[in-house]
Design a protein around this ligand. Structure first.
Ligand SMILES: [Zn+2]
Length: 325
């Protein structure tokens, strides 16, 4: 079944492994060869920008600054688009996605994970838009010019967006860029819901009622997200799937539980896929993008119709892209 994945960290993997394109990767959860066999209609590629230096992530002493990382990952994206042009093409609009589908090509959407690089400036957001970025995950796990991240501390979790963050949502709405609340504080989530005039997304977040991770959405948040016309992408990380956060096995049955919970609380229109491939660790029943079919088969067994599966795999995200970009 054709699917759209709203989040992977494969560009980061290319940097860590010192590859110029994702075609030169082998053995990652997403790489060009696997993607080609996967049935992906579109893959969102995140430029993941840690604010604090985390040498272990990159296997080198001097981790570049976020703005330098952005530049390096953008190069990998561009090189990949050139090297893989036979079967993959960049997408900046809903129309691009349809064109690529007709041409039998995978659409590659470019995203930023951590808006810190906007540096509190609208010009920067416009610059990213002109580069082809069509989604910004407002924060990662640190505070930035947009607002505060998710936190186990109740007071921190209630903090919302900054004044710049609120204005920037309006600007992103105007430009046609997706606002992504994954990693954001609960306060930030509700500010986005208040301010955004367009549907927004939680590109790679699950249900907090089933797994207590602060990265996940409460039932109330699922309802509000669905009301906006937005969508949440099921994340395959075991610590966001399991009730016991020590349990490091990512199971298909558990993914189905989260999908059904999203449907129960927000309706069939609010759930999609946001694997987080190449940014997560553990033991995986779905080990890479070629095995996505197993999720849809399992959901079918749990009672979802072909039409409902199509919505989860592709249709819901397509609707949001049509409405926002
Ligand atoms: Zn993330």
């Amino acid at each position: 079944m054709q699917y759209i994945d709203m989040h992977c960290d494969t560009l980061m993997q290319a940097l860590m492994r010192r590859r110029d394109t994702i075609e030169q990767l082998d053995g990652t959860m997403v790489d060009a060869a696997r993607l080609r066999r996967s049935g992906a209609s579109a893959q969102f590629f995140a430029m993941f920008l840690p604010q604090k230096t985390e040498p272990e992530r990159f296997g080198q002493e001097n981790v570049p600054e976020p703005s330098e990382l952005l530049h390096l990952m953008y190069q990998v994206y561009r090189n990949t688009m050139e090297a893989c042009s036979d079967y993959m093409a960049p997408a900046r609009s809903y129309e691009n996605l349809l064109e690529n589908q007709r041409a039998g090509k995978i659409s590659a959407f470019l995203t930023i994970e951590n808006g810190c690089v906007a540096d509190g400036k609208f010009e920067k957001i416009k610059e990213f838009y002109d580069m082809g970025v069509r989604l910004i995950t407002l924060t990662w796990n640190d505070a930035n010019c947009f607002g505060w991240p998710h936190s186990g501390n109740g007071e921190e979790m209630r903090r919302g967006l900054t004044d710049f963050g609120k204005e920037a949502i309006g600007y992103m709405n105007e430009l046609g860029m997706l606002v992504d609340v994954s990693h954001l504080s609960d306060g930030g989530f509700y500010d986005v819901a208040d301010v955004s005039k367009k549907p927004f997304v939680a590109s790679h977040s699950n249900c907090r009622a089933l797994s207590p991770a602060t990265r996940n959405l409460t039932d109330e948040m699922i309802r509000v997200l669905a009301e906006s016309g937005g969508v949440a992408g099921i994340n395959f990380a075991p610590q966001f799937l399991n009730e016991n956060t020590e349990d490091a096995v990512s199971r298909i049955a558990r993914m189905c539980d989260h999908v059904l919970h999203f449907i129960d609380k927000g309706g069939i229109g609010c759930v999609g896929i946001g694997t987080d491939f190449d940014g997560i660790s553990g033991e995986f029943e779905i080990a890479d993008c070629t095995q996505m079919e197993w999720l849809f088969a399992a959901l079918h067994k749990r009672g979802l119709s072909e039409g409902q599966l199509e919505q989860i795999a592709c249709g819901n995200v397509m609707r949001v892209l049509r409405d926002v970009l």
